[in-house]
Design a protein around this ligand. Structure first.
Ligand code: SF4
Length: 74
């Protein structure tokens, strides 16, 4: 299984991820984005999706590289 890890602190709110992967990413009124159904963990947000899908694109599109696709070892 793969896990999406979002370091929200680094997000600059450019919305590139929202453009390529709106099913998972949405703009927030704090000027950053939210990972839909993300669970906060040590200041980052994580979610284990059924399919990584467009999150791979979101990760590659992010100019500050704050979206990571990692192995889920839990
Ligand atoms: S692409 Fe990266 S910096 Fe831009 S809004 Fe998404 S998470 Fe934030």
């Amino acid at each position: 299984m793969k896990k999406i890890v979002f370091e929200k602190e680094k997000c600059i709110g450019c919305q590139a991820c929202v453009s390529v992967c709106p099913a998972f990413w949405e703009m927030s009124d704090d000027g950053k984005v939210n990972l839909k159904e993300g669970v906060e963990e040590d200041g980052s947000f994580t979610r284990v999706p059924e399919e990584v899908g467009c999150n791979q694109n979101a990760s590659e599109s992010c100019p500050v590289r704050c979206i990571h696709i990692e192995e889920d070892n839990s």
